[in-house]
Design a protein around this ligand. Structure first.
Ligand code: NAD
Length: 239
């Protein structure tokens, strides 16, 4: 049986849809105080939605201040906001590359740096970074995305070495193919082709990713840090 976990103040970036929305809903269901950042729209019922763009440090600072005032210091941060700009290397512009890195990697840096202030003071923190199976597996047409996602591993491991003695953990969740609006739009044959490469023979759900994230933030995962937890039906095994 799972032990009930201590209620925490949680902030999920990009929690207005997709995987971030499911993560926020899972934390609410487990009894935590949950805020999401959004550029538009809202988080699930029971969450506080604050406006922030992860490419803009000032907006992140303001969002954290709002959450701290409303819900208390952020104890769990989930850096989920991410984008893709897929194209083959020869066609990829410098802006295609740097804008994806700016959101997925530097955006996570901005968010985690701001979160670490309160965590250091509290001598407690849980940092979860949403990477992707593509980070370590590679993917044609995703040089920018894959580079941004694999870099999160070194990022989490360095935080672990820097802040591990202060009660702070930093882990990676690496989803595989997850059923979202994006995957639903793929042509049938392409979906079937992708499924063939996944040992589980199916896509995952955002809720399955959310369970892994919530567990890493729970009391039960206090001694886990610098880990890469795949939620990919076996697609990326061995990394
Ligand atoms: P999504 O496009 O539905 O959601 C992405 C969220 O990030 C949105 O809320 C969006 O507003 C937010 N976002 C993007 N740029 C932002 C910015 N500059 N500032 C603030 N917020 C911003 O995508 P998703 O499928 O739910 O993906 C969520 C995370 O999971 C991403 O990091 C993605 O790379 C990762 N991921 C997704 C899959 C998948 O199959 N869907 C697989 C592996 C990893």
């Amino acid at each position: 049986m799972t032990t009930p976990t201590t209620p925490r103040t949680v902030l999920v970036t990009g929690g207005n849809r997709g995987i971030g929305y499911a993560i926020a809903a899972e934390f609410v269901a487990q009894g935590h105080r949950v805020a999401v950042t959004a550029r538009s729209g809202k988080g699930p019922e029971g969450t506080l939605t604050v406006i922030a763009d992860v490419t803009d440090s000032a907006s992140i600072d303001a969002a954290f201040s709002e959450v701290e005032n409303e819900l208390g210091p952020v104890e769990v941060v989930v850096a989920n906001a991410g984008i893709t700009k897929d194209t083959l290397l020869l066609r990829m512009s410098e802006d295609d590359f740097t804008s994806v890195v700016d959101t997925n990697l530097t955006g996570s840096f901005r968010v985690v740096k701001r979160a670490s202030k309160g965590m250091l003071k509290a001598r407690f923190g849980r940092i979860v970074l949403i990477s992707s199976v593509v980070g370590l597996y590679g993917s044609p047409g995703q040089v920018n995305y894959s580079a941004s996602k694999s870099a999160l591993v070194g990022f989490a491991r360095s935080i672990t070495r820097e802040l591990g003695a202060r009660g702070i953990t930093a882990n990676i969740v690496a989803p595989g193919f997850i059923e979202t609006d994006m995957t639903a739009e793929l042509p049938e044959e392409q979906q079937a082709e992708y499924k063939k490469s996944i040992p589980a023979g199916r896509y995952g759900s955002a809720a399955e990713v959310a369970k892994a994230v919530a567990w890493l933030a729970s009391d039960d995962a206090a001694y886990i840090s610098g880990a890469v937890i795949p939620v990919d039906g076996g697609l990326g095994m061995g990394h």
